[in-house]
Ligand binder design. Structure first.
Ligand SMILES: NC(=O)c1ccc[n+]([C@@H]2O[C@H](COP(=O)([O-])OP(=O)(O)OC[C@H]3O[C@@H](n4cnc5c(N)ncnc54)[C@H](OP(=O)(O)O)[C@@H]3O)[C@@H](O)[C@H]2O)c1
Length: 241
């Protein structure tokens, strides 16, 4: 299935911010692969977007599963030969789960948010290298920012999600590493914070809509050649690491 369009893969795209990023990219005429752990849920999400005239293709993707990630890389290589945009969006937060110990929360959160992101990114780099406009967007969080957390007047200074915060701080560090490693190949890598958003992850308590949250990720997925790499941003601009 070839296409001349920009090809994007969004992880965790069957709901929430990932789904809104996928819809927003499709609205900008991007050929979007919806990475979904459960393909049935992915088909449902895709059907809803198609009813809105948006063309998206669900693909099975569990970022904690080597076989799933390897199979997806092979599918993209076979059907498209390259990838232009990777949005590392899949993520979890378990700090409020009373059934888990802190160690269990940390192990499971790092497995998805950090190791899963690296597993997917490593598998996609050879395909991104074949693009002349490759971008990686890492969906991080301001909760991972040491700079903001050090400011007692910051709106979320009292938020205590230690394992989630550690995972996003690690993701930020990896963003800087990947940006440096991939700069010579023209692949831009930036971390974005979508803001506090009404999704399943927040019990729909967030103050922003997924569509608002998606704006910054979409912008950095499509930044031009003059755009930054190795930055950490939200809607209001650069964030401290
Ligand atoms: N909501 C916020 O306020 C907020 C703020 C800052 C940053 N973020 C970040 O934004 C991203 C999206 O969050 P959200 O609020 O949209 O959460 P969400 O509604 O819970 O969606 C998370 C998505 O990640 C997927 N996922 C979980 N584990 C996965 C795995 N192992 N492999 C592949 N996909 C997996 C989920 O799939 P299933 O449906 O199969 O579980 C789901 O599609 C996360 O990285 C989150 O940390 C969110």
């Amino acid at each position: 299935m070839g296409t001349n369009k920009t090809i994007a893969l969004v992880s965790g795209a069957n709901r929430g911010i990932g789904l809104a990023i996928a819809a927003g990219l499709a609205r900008r005429d991007v050929h979007v692969l919806l990475g979904c752990r459960d393909l049935d849920r992915g088909e449902e999400a895709a059907a809803a977007l198609r009813a809105d005239d948006l063309q998206v293709w669900p693909v099975q993707l569990d970022t904690t599963d080597d076989a799933s990630v390897t199979a997806l890389a092979a599918l993209i290589a076979r059907d498209y030969g390259h990838l232009d945009v990777l949005v590392d969006n899949a993520g979890i937060g378990l700090d409020y789960d009373p059934t888990l110990s802190v160690v269990e929360r940390l192990e499971r959160t790092l497995a998805v948010n950090v190791v899963g992101t690296v597993r997917l990114t490593e598998a996609m780099i050879p395909l991104l290298e074949k693009s002349d406009r490759a971008r990686i967007v890492v969906v991080s969080s301001s909760l991972g920012s040491f700079g903001l957390r050090a400011d007692p007047s910051w709106a979320y200074a009292d938020t205590k999600m230690p394992t989630y915060q550690a995972s996003k701080a690690a993701l930020n560090s990896l963003t800087v590493s990947y940006a440096g490693d991939l700069a010579a190949k023209g692949i831009k890598v930036n971390a974005v914070c979508p803001g506090y958003t009404a999704t399943a992850a927040t019990g729909f308590a967030g103050t922003r809509t997924p569509e608002q949250a998606a704006v910054i990720a979409i912008a950095f997925a499509l930044i031009d050649g003059e755009g930054p790499t190795g930055s950490f941003v939200d809607d209001s601009g650069e964030l401290p690491w």
